[in-house]
Design a protein around this ligand. Structure first.
Ligand SMILES: [Zn+2]
Length: 243
């Protein structure tokens, strides 16, 4: 085995020993069950590790990741993970987490051909096309970041309208879906202010989120706008093409 893989096993043994020393019984309690409150749906990008970013330990977050954090209505992998999280684990929160500088979003923005993944990224191009007028009105340097957030909003809706969520909410289960974005450049999570719990019409929440995204990235200094006003502003008066 190569030296680098040996390193991984060495680190693993050290981590296991450290955990058991600091918290005796940690692993034996994990064996019995997992009771995570959270489900994370994020990008496969190695710079966006769910547990490390949120300070959560093994057993605390149920994770599904794919290229560019997309939830497609016919993706049995994602839907099975969501169903297991909601029906069996009874998670209370599902976070759909995009990240700035996402290669999948960038490729969709540019219409770049990268291979088989073109067919997967086509889903983000659909988001891009739906909001083409708005994206073209933004400063060019802000468009990929705005599309990252629009993609998150879109995927929050896709989770919310899945049969899993519709059934869970109809049975009175308390579970919310949230849209977040992670900054690889600063290590910080942004709450995009789109949270869905089955009570309010999702159409209105989605439109408000799209307005906030447009307002935020129309600002002269997008980077500053992100930091100063992570929840955006509802003052924009018109709505881009509704879903
Ligand atoms: Zn990504």
């Amino acid at each position: 085995m190569s030296d680098s893989l040996d390193d991984l096993f060495a680190h693993n043994r050290a981590w296991s020993a450290r955990m058991e020393r600091d918290r005796p019984g940690f692993f034996t309690s994990l064996v019995k069950q997992q009771t995570p409150k959270y489900m994370w749906i994020g990008c496969s990008d190695s710079r966006v590790p769910a547990n490390q970013i949120t300070g959560l330990e093994p057993g605390e977050v149920f994770v599904h990741r794919n290229v560019a954090n997309i939830v497609v209505h016919s993706d049995l992998n994602a839907l099975s993970a969501i169903q297991f999280a909601v029906e069996r684990l009874k998670v209370q929160h599902i976070m759909v987490v995009g990240h700035y500088g996402c290669g999948g979003v960038q490729a969709a923005m540019e219409g770049a051909r990268i291979g088989l993944a073109d067919n997967w990224i086509r889903h983000i191009q659909d988001v891009r096309d739906r909001h083409r007028v708005m994206l073209e009105s933004l400063p060019p340097e802000a468009r990929a970041d705005a599309l990252c957030e629009l993609n998150v909003a879109e995927q929050v809706v896709n989770v919310a309208v899945s049969t899993v969520m519709v059934d869970a909410w109809s049975q009175g289960q308390k579970v919310s879906i949230h849209g977040w974005a992670f900054g690889v450049h600063d290590g910080l999570l942004q709450d995009l202010g789109l949270s869905v719990d089955g009570d309010k019409p999702i159409e209105n929440l989605y439109r408000a989120a799209v307005q906030r995204i447009r307002y935020k990235w129309s600002a002269p200094s997008p980077e500053l706008a992100v930091r100063a006003e992570p929840h955006g502003n509802d003052s924009a008066s018109t709505v881009e093409e509704p879903r």
